[in-house]
Design a protein around this ligand. Structure first.
Ligand SMILES: Cc1ncc(COP(=O)(O)O)c(C=O)c1O
Length: 313
């Protein structure tokens, strides 16, 4: 396997023109990681790249990882396997079901095993991987969501590329970065890449938990980063992955007014949390923010009907 790094093209920064930003004098440019690739979109390539390098070094013949039936991560693993000539195995939460994501996984040749809910909960036990490693001995295991230090280090490489893109929007610098946080791996990577130069705000997609903070702290310690120039804030609204009418309307209005497609689980909630911050006056006029679009648009397909019902209802 060779890794041709198809994503070395310049990253796209898109200035956001929205009334709530104009009123407050805050400037936002969206780092459109959703545009880096149609399949390996968003933060996924960056979280995977170091894992793929490790798989290549180990001479692995395949990749094995785990996630849910809408998982952006498994979707990216299946796409990477197909592209780089590696077999893929997916261990799925719950019982067999058909979703647009699962249809893609199958079409791209991923072998699926449904673990049920109890079986999936065992994923953090030290013995979890043993039977799978016995069954797929030369497969490289990728942690859930592409996490771990390798996942974070792949994202740290975004910072120099972000800086190289600033000129395209006429900025010489920015004040802070905002992005969605699930496990916090991507955020930890950006904090590592920033090395204390700019603050990073992580908008939590799920209810605030000690586990995310602890996970980020572990990754930073492993990377030898002592400066903790980041903040985690609650953007989860009605709960992880759950949608409500205000969110649905926000998505529609933002897509119409700014031309940025949003996934309802991560980037839309991040942007809504930012709007709240801005409208409460927490962000001084003249501030320049980079908002990272972490992708996830493939997962939106299954939510489309619900979004439409919320808007119509
Ligand atoms: C589209 C999207 N955005 C953001 C995140 C959150 O990333 P992390 O788990 O690294 O915090 C995820 C999950 O990996 C995701 O799929």
């Amino acid at each position: 396997m060779s890794l041709p790094h198809p994503f070395d093209a310049p990253l796209i920064l898109q200035p956001l023109s929205l009334d709530w930003l104009q009123r407050s004098g805050v400037e936002v440019a969206v780092l459109r990681l959703d545009l880096v690739d149609p399949e390996l979109s968003g933060n996924k390539w960056f979280k995977l790249v170091e894992h793929l390098e490790a798989a290549r070094r180990a001479g692995a013949s395949g990749l094995i990882s785990l996630g849910g039936a809408h998982s952006n991560h498994l979707h990216a693993v299946a796409a990477a396997g197909r592209r780089f000539g590696l077999a893929t195995v997916g261990l799925l939460r719950g019982h067999q079901q058909q979703t647009p994501t699962v249809a893609d996984l199958r079409a791209w040749g991923m072998e699926l095993h449904w673990l049920g809910y109890g079986g999936y909960r065992e994923r953090n036990l030290p013995t979890f991987w043993q039977p799978w490693q016995a069954r797929y001995p030369d497969f490289y295991p990728i942690p859930e969501g592409g996490g771990g230090l390798r996942g974070a280090l792949g994202c740290a490489a975004l910072i120099p590329r972000l800086r190289a893109a600033l000129e395209s929007v006429g900025w010489s610098d920015y004040d802070a970065i905002w992005l969605a946080a699930g496990t916090g791996t991507t955020l930890a990577g950006l904090v590592i890449g920033e090395a204390g130069q700019h603050r990073v705000f992580g908008a939590l997609a799920g209810p605030p938990s000690h586990a995310v903070r602890a996970g980020v702290a572990t990754l930073l310690a492993q990377a030898g980063v002592v400066d903790d120039g980041y903040e985690l804030l609650d953007a989860s609204r009605v709960g992880f992955g759950r949608l409500d009418k205000e969110l649905a309307r926000f998505i529609l209005a933002t897509e119409r007014d700014a031309g940025v497609p949003l996934d309802p689980i991560y980037t839309a909630k991040t942007m809504m949390a930012l709007r709240l911050y801005v409208e409460r006056g927490y962000v001084p006029s003249g501030t320049r923010l980079v908002l990272v679009h972490t992708g996830g648009l493939q997962g939106r397909r299954a939510a489309q009907d619900q979004l439409q019902r919320l808007i119509d209802g």
